[in-house]
Write a protein that binds this ligand. Sequence first.
Ligand SMILES: [Mn+2]
Length: 320
Amino acid sequence: MILTDYLLCQKSIQWQYAKQMGIDHAVIRLPEDNQFDLNDKTHWETIYKRFRDEGLKPIVIEPMPEALHAHIKTGDERRDECIDKVIGMLPIMDALDIRTICFNFMAHIGWYRSSSDIKERGGALVTGFDIDEFKAEDDFIITEKQLWDNLAYFLNAVVPYAEKYNIRLALHPDDPPVPRLGGVSRILTSSENISKAIHIVRSDNLGITMCQATYAAMGENLEEAIPAFARDGKLFFAHFRDISGNKYKFRETFHDNGQTDMAKIIRIYDKCSCHVPIRVDHVPTMAGEDNNTPGYAIAGRLYAIGYLKGLMDGRLTPAD
Ligand SMILES: [Mn+2]
């Protein structure tokens, strides 16, 4: 696996922490404002150089910029112009050797939690989800069939260009992986459906982001799902994360305090010869920190990366 950290494009102390922890590769979140033209190579080069000057190489874009993707997922009247913009990103990524985009197909409602201040070990704060606490903010409706149609429309349009420019499209599951939130259906909620999705177009450039905790919330057995996707050459990127609970009711945990044997999972990636980017995800907010960015506070992230790095080094022992 290639250890990465998830970084915004404005230089921050997190960039320094990444370097200090020995990380050389970045998963980057592109600016989502009108100043950044996704199809202007010079705009990308400015950001790319900023990272390279600090010794960080961007290798994954996450997520697909929502300003485009929201229209694609709901399939509204701006869909085609947005798909053209996505296609226009690919030759730029090729030129900069950024080979992977992590994208999802959660329409209208993205990553969702019903609370963000649940107490984890020692009083650290984590996010959680309880289906009984979900309250719709509007009456937006999208059906499963519309989502499957919109996903197929998008993949049929974009995958040929992903192949042409050798960019990997890494589909992230729906989080939480429930069948619907109010009137908003969700389809990428099981290994079976995700397998179906990444075979809508047959391509070596279409695969998955193994967001471990989301697959665990689905009730999938990670020790089977990871080798199955990896064997088919479909595992492009991993989110290292754990929870306690199931898809209808769960809370995040420290990475060493959830329901998954994380050491075993890291050994499994290794056994499958999975040499793909991995990043930690959704860390607890720890003592002394504000909880303004639940899941993305600093101290928890330092701890999680250190823990992941230890497991990655541990895999080299001949215990298995
Ligand atoms: Mn994830």
